[in-house]
Design a protein around this ligand. Structure first.
Ligand SMILES: C[S@@+](CC[C@H](N)C(=O)[O-])C[C@H]1O[C@@H](n2cnc3c(N)ncnc32)[C@H](O)[C@@H]1O
Length: 430
């Protein structure tokens, strides 16, 4: 594979490729690296950068000066793929490194200052690659990372290709812990199974430790990992033992706003009783509070609950019964909060939901991280009618962003919204 680099400091990249596996790959002619300097062909007093148009500070690498060099490289290597290093590019991954390792020639372009004039990027760039969500002062280090990660995917570069195949991230999984001699050091032992010589058992152990490491450190990877049904069940039950079991939800029927913004009571909906209870059960919610100030409405809710709790129904459909058990009927949101406080000795963290945009809303990823791995009680509050009134929203610790598509219309039934919101906050990703 032929690799060209274009940069202001070619020596920086040259130096980094002088060591270890990459340098051997160069010696063994598996890769051939040429370095081009952006400043080499400049006339006297010419600069590669110039002031940026507009109102922002910072210098930009000039179209005209880079064009001369890019044209020269393209003439020498007509089929080379121009890769611009940039924080705006697609993220470098193992899979991307594998696909680039199949190219015959790549030209890695490194920026400095504010990067290149957009017109040269539009003309030459085949792919923009970022090595992570942070800003470097220049692309040279990104080029080194790219060369290293791509080179080791080329056949013959790493002595034992099997070690590449079993690396972390290869199958959307992390590798488990590894050990070497001595067998015991300061009383700490190497796991017996690794010393057993039983290949089948060792293979099983390596898979199990790899799954455990991935769940522990990079659960997001598991979404794309090939897992058996048994493995999914095992991972779910491991996860279950660590996550917050004190998450509650409440469905409020008063105080609620109507379309005119007036405070009203809404009436109970039979489907909201059963369907939300099933969502609560699916996502491990501790209890589902239905709150209504009107006694007859509460009695109606109790009647439905009683029907589904009935022994005969239970025998026929235990799934409904186990969900209906989650429901507690209360006369107000405050009495639900008091009940949680009494049980846990502390006020729950409250999260209000609304279909309208208000200021200070919190994202799902932020709240997921905040509530899933703690023990403190959490109460997620859902409104009916046209939504929870302003003072209920403002007194909550957090207000979640509305869910919906890319369209103006987002009038979901509350039971649909509950299912979507619980999935975003508490849903399994693998
Ligand atoms: C200071 S950065 C320019 C950042 C630019 N002001 C912006 O906000 O997008 C200068 C150069 O460093 C390189 N660079 C910076 N961060 C990078 C990253 N995360 N991945 C790859 N290259 C990066 C690129 O070559 C970039 O042109």
């Amino acid at each position: 594979m032929k690799i060209n680099t274009v940069s202001t400091f070619p020596r920086l990249i040259k130096e980094a490729t002088k060591y270890g596996i990459v340098s051997n790959a160069v010696k063994n002619k598996l890769i051939n690296i040429n370095h081009f300097s952006l400043t080499n062909d400049l006339n006297q007093n010419e600069r590669i950068d110039d002031e940026q148009y507009g109102i922002e500070p910072g210098m930009v690498l000039s179209y005209e000066k880079s064009y001369r060099l890019f044209k020269k490289i393209k003439t020498l290597n007509p089929n080379t793929k121009f890769i611009f290093t940039s924080p705006k590019g697609i993220k470098l991954t193992n899979d991307l490194a594998i696909s680039l390792s199949k190219e015959r020639s790549i030209t890695i372009v490194c920026g400095r200052y504010e990067g290149y004039d957009q017109r040269i990027i539009d003309e030459y760039c085949d792919l923009e690659i970022s090595i992570g969500d942070y800003i470097l002062t220049g692309g040279e280090l990104a080029a080194c990372v790219l060369i290293d990660s791509v080179a080791r995917m080329i056949k013959g570069v790493v002595g034992n290709q099997n070690s590449v195949k079993s690396d972390s991230l290869m199958n959307s999984m992390l590798k488990g812990p590894v050990y070497t001699r001595p067998k015991i050091y300061k009383g700490k032992k190497v796991p017996n199974i690794l010393l057993s010589g039983n290949h089948e058992n060792i293979k099983k152990y390596l898979r199990e430790t790899s799954l455990a490491a991935t769940l522990n450190k990079r659960e997001d990877l598991l979404e794309n990992a090939k897992l058996s049904q048994d493995e999914v069940s095992q991972l779910k039950s491991t996860k279950q033992s660590t996550i917050n079991k004190n998450i509650y939800i409440a469905l409020v029927h008063y105080p609620i706003e109507n379309i005119k913004g007036e405070i009203i009571k809404t009436s109970l909906t039979n489907l909201d009783i059963q369907d939300i209870a099933r969502s609560a059960n699916t996502y491990g919610i501790n209890k589902y509070f239905i709150t209504h100030p009107v006694k007859e409405q509460r009695m109606l809710a109790e009647k439905v609950i009683k029907y589904w709790s009935n022994e005969k129904v239970r025998k026929n459909d235990n799934t409904k019964h186990s969900s209906i058990n989650k429901i507690i009927v209360k006369n107000s949101l405050n009495s639900a909060i008091r009940e949680i406080r009494k049980k846990h000795g502390t006020k729950p963290i409250t999260i209000a939901t609304d279909a309208r945009m208000v200021h200070n809303m919190t994202s799902y990823s932020t709240l997921r991280d905040r509530i899933l791995n703690i023990d403190e009680p959490v109460l997620i509050i859902f409104g009916t009618g046209w939504g929870l009134p302003k003072n209920t929203l403002e007194s909550a610790d957090y207000i979640l962003k509305p869910v919906g598509g890319y369209y103006e219309y987002n009038h979901l039934s509350v039971r649909s919204a509950v299912a979507i919101i619980l999935d975003r906050l508490l849903g399994c990703k693998f």
